[in-house]
Design a protein around this ligand. Structure first.
Ligand code: PMP
Length: 361
């Protein structure tokens, strides 16, 4: 039996995708070898690569002036690559510090470029995203960096700040589970290991005109968006297995209604779990402001830490994994990514109801 995996990433992948990969594992399309043994210059891999990147463009709806890139190093490398590629001398970038991941993005950007905090939610405990009018953008700002969903605190950006400068968006934890505001963005990035596949790479969309010529020339190839764009992300050996599985996950997302379909499915799962929390008469509590609650990472607390420990123990025994909150904040968290079956969300809702009744009497 498959376990109910609520991990925040790497996370559960659709069973049909895993089964398909298993069938193809030892003899990939009659080549007599597995996909990970093929040359990345082979025809068979070339087709996989082109199809996966094509599906990323199709499902996301990225306009033609965006390059679709796959880059190793996860979302974390993008914390540095975005400022390195987008900011020429004398220009700077603002960062909306909405939670733990935005803080890391700003800290890395600070090492390579001139950047500043345009809003900071730390004082309030990162329980909400800013009202767009609270975001302060300075002169000489080339982009505003935002995190569409803070995976650790469980909050999501409901309103994109429209300040007149383009956005660079970290969409790691709700990638393709909501529309991308293409008119407002220059770069969108995210690690694949939540909604889109296994770990090992980031999927990155870059408006090609946003990378100044001089900046691109001064960067080592692997750190240059232009280099990835010009080589179709085949300038060196790509993360072939991750690209291959992402292609299968993307095809499944497309066949189930694309972004609107995934957005709907995610909302249904989130409603189930938030419904239990809101109907629990204060037994379960969400620290997040209600309007900014994440759809993909439901963060919740129980009456005290002893009861939380018991909740985690008993849920593990009942076949659930990944429900502990991030080690930096504690508590509990249920991640509801694309691969999670509705039946797993239903099972968790039922378990939470039962646990509350058993504990409270
Ligand atoms: N940004 C967000 C919003 C994340 O959730 C994560 C990973 N949990 C990262 C960035 C870092 O991603 P990676 O591990 O792929 O570098």
């Amino acid at each position: 039996m498959r376990i109910h995996n609520f991990g925040a990433g790497p996370s559960t992948l659709p069973l049909d995708v895993l089964e398909e990969a298993r069938q193809e594992w030892l003899d990939f399309q009659g080549t007599g070898m597995s996909l990970v043994e093929l040359s990345h210059r082979s025809k068979a891999y070339g087709e996989i690569h082109r199809e996966a990147l094509g599906l990323a463009r199709e499902v996301s709806g990225a306009p033609a002036d965006f390059d679709v890139l796959v880059i190793q190093g996860g979302a974390t490398l993008q914390f540095a690559m975005a400022p390195m590629n987008l900011l020429p001398e004398g220009r700077m970038a603002g960062y909306v510090v909405s939670g733990s991941w935005a803080k890391k993005a700003l800290a890395d950007a600070r090492r390579v470029a001139e950047v500043y905090s345009a809003w900071d939610g730390a004082g309030e405990g990162f329980i909400r995203m800013p009202d767009p009018l609270e975001v302060e953008v300075r002169a000489a700002t080339t982009y505003l960096h935002v995190t569409s969903n803070e995976t650790i605190e469980g909050i999501r950006m409901v309103d994109w700040p429209q300040t007149g400068v383009p956005l660079v968006v970290d969409m790691s934890s709700d990638y393709l589970a909501r529309p991308v505001p293409w008119d407002l963005v220059d770069v969108v990035y995210g690690g694949a290991q939540k909604n889109l596949g296994p770990a090992g790479m980031a999927l990155v969309f870059v408006r090609s005109s946003s990378v100044p010529e001089g900046v691109a020339r001064s960067l080592p190839g692997y750190l240059s968006y232009r280099w990835f764009g010009e080589s179709d992300s085949l300038g060196n050996t790509p993360p072939m297995f991750s690209v291959y599985l992402m292609g299968k996950v993307l095809r499944r997302i497309r066949d189930r209604g694309g972004i609107p379909g995934l957005e709907r499915e995610t909302a249904e799962k989130a409603e189930l779990i938030y419904g239990v929390i809101d109907g629990s008469d204060g037994f379960y509590r969400c620290p997040a402001d209600k309007r900014h609650r994440s759809q993909t990472n439901v963060v919740f607390r129980l009456p005290d830490e002893e009861i939380e420990r018991r909740f985690l123990q008993e849920s593990t025994a009942a076949g659930f994994v990944g429900l502990a909150g991030h080690r930096s904040v504690g508590g509990c968290r249920a991640s509801l990514y694309a691969g999670l079956e509705m039946s797993s969300a239903e099972a968790l809702a039922e378990f939470m109801e039962g646990f509350r009744r058993a504990t409270r009497g």
